[in-house]
Design a protein around this ligand. Structure first.
Ligand code: DAH
Length: 344
């Protein structure tokens, strides 16, 4: 009997050690040895054949064997459960020490930032923002602005013509006439018109065949040159800071009379000029063109120059952006090199 118990014990140990590599197999082993019809249970059925004085010893032996097998099965169950869980998790494992993936968020282009600032300043002053086509008729681009065919000033702007009468607009000034035509004659206007313009220019550090302008137009009764001056001075101080100063020089544009070239004190040297590469020693930077709207321009678009007057101005966004951000080559704005664009 002793032998039998020991051999069942050994067989059970071996079965647990080697045979059982899954929980299911292990459960089969448990049934085989500890189940209702299992080998230990069968052994116990024979206990009454043993002499009474032997029974405590055999009982003890039996109890030890059974206890050991139960505890081996419990240990093995825990081990297998752990392994199964580990196997399940392995393919899903995440290395939390890896650096995260960096998401490059985009941002607005420096020309858009500059244009937005210009818009903001004029919107605060109650201006509306108007729009006009980039493919424009000769009439709006030139004639309505007091530039009849054969007018020598047309040469100031070498144009991309599509047909004899249609061209890529060379300036945003045509939006002046278009806006006046949309209004009741002599009704007040206070607008800016931003947009792209096109000229047969070289492509170099300070020229591009396509660039961005903002046109301005104010019309009402008793608008004076003083209004023009005050408005532009306010704009320049908002744009370049309170220290910025403004200077007007007499100039010529067919659509304004009188006309002025507007300078701002150099943003680099503050206006003293000495050794300054940006203003070349003059202390001033030309920044926009302006003037009082020519009476013929008003009347061609249905406004009466005896009743109303107005001022207009035109500025280049690239030039302002270059001065504001200290960019010395205009082409950088169009190259789309992220090493440049990332800096804004
Ligand atoms: N259109 C002019 C240009 O492109 C700029 C300009 C000058 C616009 C004077 C105006 C103005 O409205 O009054 O050179």
């Amino acid at each position: 009997m002793e032998e039998k118990i020991l051999s069942v014990r050994r067989a059970a140990r071996d079965a647990i050690q080697s045979a059982a590599s899954t929980l299911k197999e292990l459960d089969n082993v448990r049934v085989q040895f500890l189940g209702k019809k299992g080998e230990f249970t069968q052994l116990m059925k024979n206990i009454n054949q043993i002499a009474a004085e032997e029974r405590p010893k055999i009982g003890k032996l039996f109890h030890e064997a059974r206890t050991e097998i139960e505890s081996l099965i419990a240990d093995k169950t825990a081990e297998l459960k752990e392994r199964e869980l580990a196997d399940k998790l392995a393919p899903e494992s995440i290395d939390i020490t890896l650096p995260g993936r960096h998401v490059n968020a985009g941002h607005l282009h420096p020309l858009t930032l500059t244009l937005n600032r210009v818009k903001e300043i004029f919107l605060q002053m109650g201006y509306s923002v108007e729009d006009g086509p980039e493919v424009e008729t000769d009439y709006y681009n030139f004639e309505a602005l007091n530039l009849p065919k054969d007018h020598p000033a047309r040469d100031m702007q070498d144009s991309f013509y599509i047909t004899d009468d249609i061209l890529m607009r060379t300036q945003t000034s045509p939006v002046q006439a278009r806006t006046m035509e949309r209004h009741e004659p002599n009704s007040p206007i206070r607008m800016i018109a931003p947009g792209r313009v096109y000229r047969r220019d070289d492509y170099d550090a300070s020229h591009s065949p396509m660039f961005t302008q903002v046109e301005g137009l104010v019309i009402d009764e008793r608008i004076t040159f003083g209004d023009l001056k005050g408005t532009l001075e306010y704009f320049l101080k908002q744009m370049f800071g309170e220290k910025a100063r403004m200077r007007l020089r007499p100039s010529f544009f067919p659509f304004t009379e009188p006309s002025a070239e507007v300078d701002v004190s150099c943003v680099m040297c503050g206006g003293h000029g000495t050794d300054c590469k940006v203003c070349h020693g003059s202390g001033w930077l030309e920044i926009l063109g302006a003037g009082m709207v020519h009476p013929d321009v008003l009347s061609m678009s249905g406004y009466d120059p005896k009743v109303v007057s107005g001022f207009a101005f035109g500025l280049g966004i690239e030039r302002i952006a270059m001065l504001k951000y200290g960019v010395d080559d205009m082409r950088l704005f169009y190259d789309n090199d992220v090493r440049f664009l990332n800096q804004f």
